[in-house]
Design a binder for this molecule. Structure first.
Ligand code: FPP
Length: 231
C-alpha cells in the first residue's frame, strides 16, 4: 500500500493525513475483495524496515493500526471476515498485540474472506525464522538434512497454511517487492500501478483483476503443455 506520503505532499498536507486517507482505501478494497469472491487478501501495512522511519511517524502508524482495528473488527466479524496478522509481534506495543490477538480469536471461525495484515513483517525475516526452526530440528536429531525440501521451508513460514498469492498489486509507481512475501511470491502475477494508495479504489482493483484474468499461468510448463491438459 504505497504512496500515502506522496499523496499528502501533493496536497501540502503532513504525511499522517496520507496514512489516514489510506485507511479509507483499505476499507473499500477489503469490501471489494469480499464482493468479488477473493478468498485471501494480504495487506503489507508496515515492513521490518519501516521501523527506520522517524519515531513520530512509527508511533502514529501504530496508533492508527490500533484505532482501525478497534473501529473495524466488529464490522469485519459481521461480514464473516477472518483476520490474521503476520510479522514480528515482539516489535509491537502491548496494546496493539493484545488487540490483534483478540481480533484473531473473535474471527477465527469465520469462513469468508481471510484478511491478513502484515505488520512488522519482512520476507527475509520470515525465511530466517523458518531456517532457524529447521536448524533446531536438525540439532535435536528430529530431522535429517537430506530430508529438507520446499515443504520443510514452507512449513516454518508465517503463511504456511495459506495458498501462495495469485496476484501482487503494488501501488505508488515503484516496481519492486520491497521484502514482501519473498518465498510465497515465486509464481505470483504482478500488477504495478502509479495510482497512490489513498486514491486506489474499486475500479483500480477491478483493473488489476482484469489483468490477472488474462494471464496464462504456466508455473514452468510450456503453453503447448497447458493447451494439451485443457483438451
Ligand atoms: C507506505 O506509503 C505506507 C505505509 C508504510 C503505511 C500503510 C498504512 C496504511 C495504508 C494505513 C492503514 C492500514 C491499516 C491496515 C488499517 P509511504 O508512506 O511509503 O508513501 P510514500 O512512498 O509516498 O512516502
Amino acid at each position: 500500500m504505497d504512496g500515502n506520503g506522496r499523496w499528502a505532499r501533493k496536497r501540502a498536507l503532513p504525511r499522517h493525513v496520507g496514512h489516514r486517507s489510506g485507511v479509507k482505501s483499505v476499507r473499500e478494497i477489503v469490501e471489494t475483495a469480499a464482493k468479488r469472491g477473493v478468498k485471501y487478501l494480504t495487506l503489507f501495512a508496515f515492513s521490518s524496515e519501516n521501523f527506520k522511519r522517524p519515531r513520530d511517524e512509527v508511533s502514529m502508524l501504530m496508533a492508527l493500526f490500533l484505532e482501525s482495528l478497534q473501529r473495524e473488527v466488529e464490522e469485519l466479524h459481521k461480514n464473516n471476515v477472518r483476520l490474521r496478522c503476520v510479522g514480528a509481534r515482539d516489535r509491537l506495543n502491548l496494546a496493539l498485540t493484545e488487540k490483534i490477538s483478540a481480533a484473531e480469536a473473535l474471527t477465527a471461525d469465520n469462513d469468508g474472506l481471510t484478511l491478513v495484515l502484515a505488520v512488522a513483517y519482512g520476507g527475509r525475516w520470515d525465511i530466517v525464522n523458518s531456517t532457524r526452526r529447521i536448524a533446531e530440528r536438525v540439532a535435536a536429531g528430529e530431522l535429517d538434512p537430506d530430508d529438507i525440501d520446499e515443504t520443510t521451508v514452507e512449513s516454518g513460514l508465517e503463511l504456511r497454511d495459506l495458498p501462495d498469492p495469485d496476484l501482487l498489486i503494488r501501488t505508488g509507481g515503484e516496481k519492486r517487492i520491497s521484502n514482501f512475501l519473498l518465498w510465497n511470491l515465486a509464481y505470483s502475477e504482478m500488477w504495478f500501478t502509479d495510482v497512490l494508495w489513498p486514491d486506489f479504489r474499486q475500479r483500480d482493483f477491478d483493473d488489476a483483476l482484469e489483468f490477472f484474468g488474462k494471464r496464462q499461468r504456466r508455473f514452468g510448463s510450456t503453453p503447448e503443455q497447458l493447451e494439451a491438459v485443457k483438451c
